[in-house]
Design a protein around this ligand. Structure first.
Ligand code: CP
Length: 319
């Protein structure tokens, strides 16, 4: 069994507080590698990682690729349009064929909620969920937790507001689970048509009005409107969404002094967030991306890396 006791990383739900802290602490040790001249250590030499993305991705896919290469693993990429899925092969058959080539980890992004869970039962390689439908995106939540801890010095006791299209957001779901587990106080804000019924049972507050929701918060996390997942019209127009629910400098004034603004990307500039806020001094959006590499290095290391007590950096560079 792996160092943190799991074959796969399927969601934040499966992780204990201790395991989340282990991932964040491991990421902290590994982050320095990316600041060096030679950004590579031999920790995962000889390991193979398949990036299997059925949906578009800029950050997650590149970040896993960079993370694996910085640890000297071999990486291979497959997308739906370039695989034999276009000829009718099923996900399970595709995965079984990949398994025959003996990868150590398959990183899967898929539009169907639960696809990584099904794969995890079918193959012996570790499965990492890189986003499944509207269910979970655990490495995004882990990099968000890492960034909050790095910028604010703690997670426990912080007041966090998550704003926008909550019902279609796997990022929101994973962050709600992760943040509440780590002791943050979470408020959700957005149009009532984008708020899942009964979400309060997750231990969060719901405040529709963004200005009221932001008031007194330490962290403001803005979500992308996921027009591609909406099967019916949930707000009258993009312009009205921006006017009533977009994050502007004006309403950000109500947040606590030193509050940070986060967004998982990709940004709809001028819709859920104004360019002025996205690029302002409170924005940690690009820090999230940078930290994503360290967090994914940590996840890969903990799933397929060395034995307990190893020095993750091994104190030396690879050739
Ligand atoms: N945050 C995120 O998942 O971005 P990508 O869709 O670009 O991977």
């Amino acid at each position: 069994m792996t160092k943190f006791g799991h074959k796969d990383l399927l969601g934040m739900r499966q992780l204990s507080v201790q395991e989340i802290n282990l991932i964040l602490d491991t990421a902290e040790s590994l982050k320095a590698i990316s600041a060096r001249d030679i950004k590579k250590v031999p920790t995962l030499r000889g390991k193979s990682i398949v990036n299997f993305f059925y949906e578009p991705s800029t950050r997650t896919r590149t970040s896993f690729d960079v993370a694996a290469k910085r640890l000297s693993a071999d990486t291979f990429s497959l997308s739906a349009s370039t695989s034999s899925m276009v000829k009718g092969e099923t996900l399970v058959d595709t995965a079984r064929n990949l398994q025959a080539m003996r990868p150590d980890v398959i990183v899967l992004r898929h539009p169907s909620s639960g696809a990584p869970h099904m794969l995890a039962r079918e193959v012996s390689a570790g499965i990492i969920n890189a986003g499944d439908g509207i269910n979970e995106h655990p490495t995004q939540a882990l990099l968000d937790l890492y960034t909050i801890r790095e910028k604010m010095g703690r997670i426990k006791g912080l007041k966090v507001v998550i704003m926008g299209d909550i019902s279609h957001s796997r990022v929101a779901r994973s962050n709600i689970i992760g943040l509440t587990k780590m002791g943050a106080e979470v408020t959700l804000s957005g149009p009532p048509t984008m708020m899942p019924i009964g979400i309060e049972t997750f231990g969060v507050n719901v405040v529709a009005d963004p200005a009221e929701a932001i008031w007194g918060k330490d962290v403001v996390m803005v979500l992308r409107i996921q027009l591609e997942r909406q099967t019916r019209v949930l707000f009258p127009s993009i312009r009205e969404y921006a006017a009533f629910f977009g994050l502007t400098r004006e309403i950000l004034q109500g947040a606590n002094e030193g509050a940070i603004v986060m967004h998982p990307g990709p940004l709809n500039r001028g819709v859920e967030i104004t360019p002025e806020v996205a690029d302002g001094p409170w924005s940690v959006i690009l820090d999230q991306v940078a930290n994503g590499v360290a967090v994914r290095m940590a996840v890969l290391y903990l799933l397929i890396g060395g034995a307990k007590g190893d020095n993750v950096d091994q104190g030396r560079r690879s050739d």
